[in-house]
Design a protein around this ligand. Structure first.
Ligand code: ATP
Ligand code: MG
Length: 233
C-alpha cells in the first residue's frame, strides 16, 4: 500500500531559484490497484513517480510504503527497497545497448549481489514473447522489443509494485498496445501498477486515474466507464 500525505517537492534551479514541482499531494493506492497519472507537461508526474519509486525524497510530507515511513530514508535504504519491492519501466527503456537481452534482464540480481539465475531471466524473456531474441544485443531489437526486455528486467526480483513512466511514449500504437496487454496481465496476477501517460487510450487500461495539475491532484476518478467502452469495442 502506498500512502502519501501532503507531499511537497521543491527543486533548486541552476541559478538558485526554487521550483515547486509538487505543492501538496495526498493519496492512497491500495495493493493490487492499476492507476494512471495524467497531466500536462511539467506538472510533477515524474517527480511524484520518482518519490513513489524511492528514487528521490520529498521536501516535506510523508510517504509510507507498506506501512513503513520511507520519507527520510538514506540513499542506501532506498536502494534496498527498490531492489526488493519495485520494478521500473521507463519511456527510454534504460537498457545497456551493447549487452544481450538476457544479460540486461539479469542485472537486478547482479545489483542485489546474488548469483545470476539465467534460467529465470530466459523464462521471463519467453514470458514477454522474446524467447527467440534472448541472445540479441539490445541495439538489434525494435523499440517494442526493447520495452519488453525492460519489463522482463523489472520482473526479475518479482516485485509487488511496478512503476511505468510513459512506457509507450516512444512506441507506435501496435507496440504500445502489446506493452499495455502485458501490464494488464501483470496486474491480473495481483501486482500494483502505477503508470504515467499522456495517452487517453493507454490510460483506459487502468481502473483509476489521477489527474495532476500544478503539483496537486486535481481529479481522482474510477475508470470503470472508459474500461467498459474499451472492452466492448
Ligand atoms: N532536477 C530538477 N531540477 C530542477 N527542476 C526540476 C528538476 N526536475 C524537474 N524539475 C521541474 O519540476 C517540474 C515538474 O517536473 P516533472 O518532470 O515532474 O514533470 P512531468 O509532469 O513529469 O512532465 P513531462 O510530462 O514533461 O514528463 C517542472 O517544472 C520541471 O522543470
Ligand atoms: Mg515526466
Amino acid at each position: 500500500m502506498i500512502e502519501i500525505e501532503h507531499l511537497q517537492k521543491t527543486y533548486q534551479r541552476g541559478d538558485g531559484t526554487p521550483v515547486m514541482a509538487l505543492q501538496d499531494v495526498s493519496c492512497v493506492i491500495a495493493d493490487g490497484e492499476f492507476v494512471t497519472i495524467r497531466g500536462a507537461s511539467g506538472t510533477g508526474k515524474s517527480t511524484l513517480m520518482n518519490i513513489i519509486g524511492c528514487l528521490d525524497t520529498p521536501t516535506a510530507g510523508i510517504y509510507r510504503l507498506s506501512g513503513e515511513d520511507v520519507s527520510g530514508y538514506s540513499d542506501q535504504q532506498r536502494s534496498q527497497i527498490r531492489n526488493q519491492r519495485i520494478g521500473f519501466i521507463f519511456q527510454s527503456f534504460n537498457l545497456l545497448a551493447r549487452t544481450t537481452a538476457t544479460e540486461n534482464v539479469e542485472l537486478p540480481s547482479l545489483y542485489r549481489g546474488e548469483a545470476v539465475d539465467r534460467d529465470k531471466a530466459r523464462a521471463l524473456l519467453a514470458r514477454v514473447g522474446l524467447a527467440d531474441r534472448a541472445d540479441h544485443f539490445i541495439s538489434e531489437l525494435s523499440g517494442g522489443e526493447q520495452q519488453r526486455v525492460a519489463i522482463a528486467r523489472a520482473l526479475m526480483n518479482d516485485p509487488p509494485l511496478l512503476l511505468a513512466d510513459e512506457p509507450t511514449g516512444n512506441l507506435d500504437s501496435a507496440a504500445g498496445a502489446q506493452i499495455m496487454e502485458l501490464l494488464t496481465e501483470l496486474h491480473g496476477e495481483g501486482r500494483t501498477i502505477v503508470l504515467v501517460t499522456h495517452d487517453e487510450e493507454v490510460a483506459a487500461y487502468a481502473r483509476r486515474e489521477l489527474l495532476i495539475r500544478d503539483g496537486r491532484i486535481a481529479t481522482d476518478r474510477a475508470q470503470s466507464t472508459l474500461h467498459a467502452v474499451r472492452s466492448a469495442g
